[in-house]
Design a protein around this ligand. Sequence first.
Ligand code: NAP
Length: 499
Amino acid sequence: MRDRTSICLCLAAESIEEDLRIAEEHRGRFDLLELRVDRLSAGEAGLAGRLPARVGSPVILTLRRTREGGKFGGSEQERHALLSKLAVSGFAYIDLEEDFDASDLEARVTGRGGRVIRSMHDFTGVPADLARRVTSLAHHPGEIPKAALLPKNAADLVRLLAAFTDLEGVEKILLGMGDTGFPTRVLAPRLGSFLCYTSAARAQAAPGQVDPLTLERTYNFRSITPRTQVYGVIGSPIMHSLSPLIHNRGFAAIGFDAVYLPFLVDDLDGFWPAADCLEIKGLSVTVPHKQAVISRLSGRDRLVESTGACNTLTRAQGKGPWQGTNTDVEGFLAPLRAALGGAIPRGVSATVIGAGGAARAVVHALKAAGARVLVLNRTAERGRELAEAFSVSHAGLDEPGFLQARDFGDLIVQTTSAGMSPNIAADPAPGLAFSGREIVYELLYAPPTTVFLQRALAAGCRVVRGRKMLVGQAMEQFRLFTGSIYPADLRAELEADMD
Ligand code: NAP
């Protein structure tokens, strides 16, 4: 077995020349290439044999059928004929599906020192007997078994991680596609996968693949080893999160051997076995789980008690009970103090839109700072509960509510997820008019300027963007995860261009 996981750049353009351009653009960031012949246009496929000699790197030859997510729609005879022609062109590997038995073709590749990757694909989920199936994939000694699965939920992810454990020490390529499977791509060196597939942003070859630069810059991929600790953020949606970039940059700067990943989690209960399997010691928590995680805590601090929301989980051991805290409170207050010249004047009036986990931290912080607060929420009952918990006013997200908001207009805090990528057209309060005198603070940060914020800017309001809060709350999480202060120069970089 090699001592490090290779980065494979998939070439999935329609022409050989474009594939060569992509390889050149990413030169130095991959160890080997995969040529997806099925993605080439009809006229180009026959020319694929020219590529290995021109790229100067080992190349995997792949001609993927439509039923395995590829684009080759011809007959098996046609596929056999094309692969036979290309197999003598200097490819270092050939990817053959588990049911494609062509010993003449295999001999052509192995006779020239090449190897067979024997692959299975499953777009319906992760089979319970995955480890057994992977073990039985190889038709001959020397073949590398490969399974590419599409985990649909946390339970699928747990099954996939269990297969990695069962296959420890076995040479294999094992990966989860899509957003739920994404962590297994980045964790390939820790989990023991032969390679990690990447592709150029403009020619993505499979769901969940990132480009090699992102793999390196956002996830410090080359530094990941079997001993690297795992941290992450759980939520849904999650792939837009900037937290991996913030934490992984910090980890690298202080030499902390850890990687921070986005975990797409809809079914919270199903996720905990995955956290144990990966021995995760720290998690950020985001939409929609900030309240639900509380029932899981063995210890919670004053901030979780008073806000009723938890955005940070830590534990001393990778399998023990979780402690919870809430770093959103200070993360929210620091940029607000800065916008108000250093301190929040007592008696300042504020309208808080939304009544979810983030709103709880905001209302708690504003109340503690002596503000007069009105909560406006779409679901009246949830708004009322929050308002009663903190003894503040409440109304619906409707005309009477907007009218009442005129008396709470020094500060407008938009805490809902409406307008968040990918639903960027949404405005949570289209009927709320701005006078231009309000400070408008929006918590969501992707996109940086929502429809709501555009309206505030157009009215002449001063705005505070959610990315400032994101960085603020991440600093305390970083200290809890690592025991170290986030490097000041990196923090300054993250905060640049945010006004
Ligand atoms: P949450 O607990 O799921 O609450 C979501 C809130 O948004 C609820 O009040 C919900 O109203 C409301 N909402 C959702 N869609 C809406 C729509 N189309 N129209 C009106 N209201 C809508 O989520 P959360 O944890 O509070 O997070 C909310 C947002 O804050 C997210 O975008 C998150 O990324 C952001 N956030 C940012 C930071 C930061 O550091 N910048 C920190 C925390 C949170 P109902 O009660 O009626 O469902």
